[in-house]
Design a protein around this ligand. Structure first.
Ligand code: SAM
Length: 285
């Protein structure tokens, strides 16, 4: 059913579709975004929450569909975001609570959900400059880790995250949730091991690879002389030899206690804030 809205500043006649049925083909399509195959085919992904959707639009991400719950109807911010989505050529759906909780697979769903076009930064376009830091992740498997790393990289002021090899999908719902919105702020590139090695040789960067058998204390490294690429290993296997040997030295975070290693996202956070320590201050924000 197509609604008829005429109030000022809200989407116009025919621009908001009301949907209450889970078998509606558009809703079926959105539900299919839970599968990576469908996300890849449609180059789409879902992000939940009004603030996130507003931030994404502010940052120029292309919205395909905006979905909001009937209960959010009439809220000025929701009306504004709906009008912005329409202006950008997006579809706007007003749905029942049942539909939005099915889409998001949550009992207490957010009232607003956006379906956006995926965006990767081509690796060849990354030419790191002084003061920039990149995180390169070898075969990261866990969506929570990847999302947390994207969020932490954003918080530390890094310039991008490079995914090497077969990794978990940065646009899965779980990863996007863990980024807390930083997926829209942090450029993500992807590369095979060979592409990464070729790229790294073509740019003037200092690659700091982290390894449990590293001989260099991460606190003794000079992170100021060149742009830095922090190279982090897979959760189970750590860094493979072909990547580890590309780095000048292998850095280690000293540990005590019984734990064999740190969680990947935790280790990345420690490295990021050390590498950018000289650039971060409480007055910067
Ligand atoms: N079993 C794996 C191994 O032997 O390397 C453990 C990998 S660890 C969970 C995942 C990644 O986090 C590592 O490859 C490394 O990049 C980083 N990491 C974890 N603890 C670290 C430490 N103490 N020093 C340096 N890097 C560390």
């Amino acid at each position: 059913m197509i609604s008829d809205r005429s109030d000022h500043g809200t989407p116009r006649v025919g621009q908001v579709k009301e949907v209450t049925s889970l078998t509606n083909p558009i809703i079926k399509d959105i539900r299919a975004l839970a599968q990576k195959k469908h996300r890849d085919e449609t180059r789409s992904f879902m992000a939940e929450g009004l603030k996130l959707v507003i931030d994404a639009l502010d940052l120029g991400w292309k919205i395909k569909t905006l979905v909001y719950a009937k209960a959010a109807k009439g809220k000025p911010q929701v009306e504004q975001v709906a009008a912005r989505a329409v202006a950008k050529g997006g579809l706007v759906l007003e749905v029942s609570e049942k539909v939005i909780s099915t889409i998001t697979r949550r009992d207490n769903p957010q009232m607003v959900v956006g379906i956006f076009e995926q965006r990767y930064q081509p690796l060849k376009d990354i030419r790191p400059k002084d003061g920039e830091t990149y995180v390169a992740l070898d075969r990261v498997r866990d969506p929570g880790n990847l999302g947390t790393i994207i969020r932490t990289a954003d918080a530390a002021g890094a310039s991008g995250v490079i995914l090497i090899g077969e990794t978990t999908d940065p646009f899965s719902l779980e990863t996007v949730r863990a980024t807390m919105g930083s997926v829209f702020a942090m450029p993500v590139a992807r590369a095979s091991v060979e592409e990464f090695i070729r790229w790294q040789k073509s740019v003037d960067v200092q690659v700091v690879a982290t390894h449990l058998s590293g001989s260099v204390d991460y606190r003794t490294i000079d992170y100021r002389s060149k742009p830095v690429v922090l190279l982090m290993g897979n959760e189970q296997a750590g860094l493979p030899v072909e990547l580890a040997r590309e780095a000048g030295a292998l850095a280690r975070i000293p540990q005590s206690g019984r734990a064999d290693s740190l969680n990947l996202a935790m280790a990345t956070g420690i490295m990021l804030f050390e590498a950018r320590r000289h650039l971060l201050s409480l007055d910067a924000r």
